[in-house]
Design a protein. Structure first.
Length: 300
C-alpha cells in the first residue's frame, strides 16, 4: 500500500474517533501520533530516493558518449546534444561503452525522442549550374585576335611569293645577259662613237658655254683708247672652234654701263686649249673700266 493511502486511512480513522470521547484513551492517541510521524518520515525518504534516481539517470544519459559509423570511418565520441546536429536516422550504426557490439539508433532508448525530431530533409536532385557566358568584350577580343593571326599569315605568304618572283626575275635577266654578251661587246665601239658624236653636237650647238675670255687692260697716254691683253680657253671635250667673237663692255667710274662693242679674233681654238689675244680699242670719254665675254664662235 502506498504511503498516501495509509495516510488517508489514518486520517479517516482519526476523524471517526472523537478526541473528546471518554472511551478513547491517551495511550491510543499517542500510538496513532507516532504511527503518523513514522509514515511522514518514510514518505520523505522515498521521495529523496526518487530524486536521487532521477538525477543519476539524467547524469548517465548526459555523460554517455556515442560513436557513429558512416560506412567508411568511425566518428565520435558525441553526446546526445551533439547527435542532434549529425542528422542520424533509425538505421544509423551506433555504439557506446557498455554495448557488446554495434547496433542501430532506433534500439537505444535515449535516442528515440531524438529520432522523432532529427529526421533529415529529403535528399534533392543535384542541380548542375548553368554554363558561364563569356562577356561580349571577351568574345570580340577573341575574334579580333583570330583576324589578326589570319592577316599576319596572309602577309607572310605574300612576302614569300614576292621574294620568289624577285629571285626568279633576277635569274631570268642574268640568263639573257649571258646569252647576249657577245653581241653587246661587238656593238661597244658603235655605242661609244654615238656618245662622242652626241657630245660634240651639243658643244657645237652652244660654243659660249665652253669658251672663257679673261685678261687685263691699260689706258694710253692720251686717255682716249685702251689696250687689252687677254686669253681664250676652250673647255669643250671634243668640239673645236674658230673666229671667236668677244664682246667688250664699257663702264663708268660708278660701274654704270656706257656701251658694248664686239671684236672678232680670227684664230683656231681646238678643244682643251688656251690662246692669247691682244687688241687696241677706242673708248668713250667717261669710260674708266672694261669687261668682256666670248659670246660665239664657229665650230669646225
Amino acid at each position: 500500500m502506498r504511503v498516501s493511502s495509509v495516510r488517508t486511512v489514518c486520517s479517516f480513522y482519526f476523524t471517526f474517533v472523537s478526541w473528546d470521547s471518554k472511551s478513547f484513551q491517551t495511550p491510543a492517541r499517542t500510538a496513532i501520533g507516532k504511527t503518523l510521524a513514522l509514515i511522514s518520515t518514510t514518505k520523505k525518504t522515498v521521495d529523496s530516493f526518487a530524486v536521487i534516481n532521477n538525477f543519476t539517470f539524467l547524469k548517465q544519459r548526459t555523460m554517455k558518449k556515442f560513436y557513429l559509423h558512416n560506412g567508411t570511418e568511425q566518428l565520435g565520441p558525441f553526446d546526445v546534444d551533439d547527435l542532434k546536429t549529425k542528422g542520424i536516422n533509425k538505421d544509423t550504426p551506433i555504439w557506446y561503452e557498455g554495448l557488446p557490439d554495434w547496433t542501430t539508433a532506433d534500439k537505444i532508448d535515449e535516442l528515440k525522442e531524438l529520432l522523432k525530431t532529427a529526421t533529415p530533409p529529403p535528399f534533392g536532385t543535384k542541380q548542375t549550374p548553368p554554363p558561364i557566358k563569356k562577356p561580349a568584350q571577351q568574345q570580340t577580343t577573341s575574334q579580333t585576335q583570330t583576324a589578326k593571326k589570319k592577316s599576319n599569315a596572309g602577309l607572310i605568304i605574300g612576302i614569300i611569293v614576292g621574294i620568289v618572283l624577285l629571285v626568279g626575275g633576277g635569274l631570268f635577266i642574268l640568263a639573257n645577259m649571258n646569252h647576249s654578251g657577245g653581241s653587246t661587246l661587238d656593238s661597244g665601239a658603235n655605242t661609244y662613237e654615238e656618245k662622242v658624236m652626241t657630245v660634240e653636237e651639243m658643244e657645237k650647238a652652244d660654243p659660249a658655254k665652253f669658251l672663257d675670255a679673261s685678261g687685263t687692260y691699260n689706258q694710253n697716254f692720251w686717255g682716249d683708247a685702251m689696250k687689252v691683253h687677254g686669253s681664250i680657253v676652250n673647255n669643250a671635250t671634243v668640239a673645236n672652234y674658230k673666229d671667236v667673237v668677244v664682246e667688250v663692255i664699257f663702264y663708268s667710274g660708278t660701274d654704270t654701263e656706257l656701251d658694248r662693242k664686239q671684236y672678232q679674233i680670227f684664230d683656231f681654238f681646238p678643244a682643251h686649249t688656251t690662246k692669247a689675244f691682244e687688241f687696241k680699242i677706242d673708248k668713250p670719254s667717261a669710260c674708266k673700266k672694261l669687261g668682256w665675254n666670248a659670246i660665239s664662235a664657229t665650230p669646225y
